[in-house]
Ligand binder design. Structure first.
Ligand SMILES: Nc1ncnc2c1ncn2[C@@H]1O[C@H](COP(=O)(O)OP(=O)(O)OP(=O)(O)O)[C@@H](O)[C@H]1O
Length: 241
């Protein structure tokens, strides 16, 4: 049987009087790449923020289980210690540090020097662009390269679950393709991923399973390949029909 890494049930989130998330159920099993797609304002980012405990002042109801424990209300630094990593929208790399220094920062919770070096080598293999530029300041990287660095830095914490919020946002079409290639490669390394994306087509092509979110609710879920073939998904989210 597949092992549940994340299970969200009955999640409701209100910003003041506005109910942004209205009862969301979703789960991610070990080794899966699951995508959460939907239009602007559907509540995808808010759902991710609830998982990472970064919604101060909001009313959050429901249950969030991570590795079998209820984590609703847990502080984000505690979650990082428990190997839950998030790459937020807008990335947030340390611009005045080099690529290598950024990666070392990602490993700050670890003390296995040899393992850290092995991981740097491993992720440089997946992100050759970063390897070539390892001594370059992160602030001088292109948007796509910064996205790759943010992902690689998160991976250095050895996450049990990696949450990615719109990694393709603001990137050129070629860079978007590259980012998805990297996401697929990272998934192929056995990392469990929950990917929030507006680029529904590429996200479903990369993922094992998908959820569609609309106005704070999950309106559809299934095998990603089946969803790609679904006429309703094609019309509403892939711009076809
Ligand atoms: N800090 C906030 N205060 C008040 N309302 C908010 C806040 N953040 C988000 N919202 C509202 O909550 C709803 C869901 O927003 P959210 O950012 O989660 O959507 P999304 O699906 O991630 O969309 P996008 O793809 O545009 O980021 C929107 O109506 C948004 O205006």
């Amino acid at each position: 049987m597949s092992e549940n890494i994340l299970k969200v049930s009955g999640l409701k989130i209100a910003y003041g009087g506005i109910q942004a998330v209205k009862g969301v159920d979703l789960e991610v099993n070990k080794g899966e790449l699951v995508t959460l797609i939907g239009a602007n304002g559907a509540g995808k980012t808010t759902t991710l923020k609830a998982i990472t405990g970064t919604l101060p002042g909001c009313k959050v109801e429901g249950n969030i289980y991570y590795s079998g424990s209820q984590i609703q209300g847990t502080k984000s630094f505690e979650l990082v210690k428990n190997k839950l990593a998030m790459v937020p929208e807008g990335r947030g790399v340390f611009t005045r540090m080099t690529i290598l220094e950024n990666l070392m920062m990602g490993a700050y919770i670890r003390d296995d020097k040899d393992g850290i070096q092995a991981d740097i080598d491993k992720w440089f293999g997946v992100f050759p662009r970063l390897k070539e530029r390892s001594a370059q300041l992160a602030g001088t990287l292109s948007g796509g390269e910064q996205q790759m660095l943010a992902m690689a830095r998160a991976l250095m914490s050895h996450p049990k679950l990696l949450l990615l919020d719109e990694p393709s946002m603001g990137l050129s079409p070629i860079m978007v393709e590259k980012i998805f290639e990297v996401v697929r490669n990272v998934s192929a390394q056995g990392v469990t991923i929950l990917l929030v994306e507006q680029n529904a087509k590429l996200a479903l092509q990369a993922a094992h399973r998908g959820y569609v979110m609309d106005s704070g609710l999950i309106t559809m879920t299934g095998n990603a390949k089946d969803m790609l073939d679904d006429p309703k998904v094609r019309e509403a989210y892939l711009g076809e029909g």
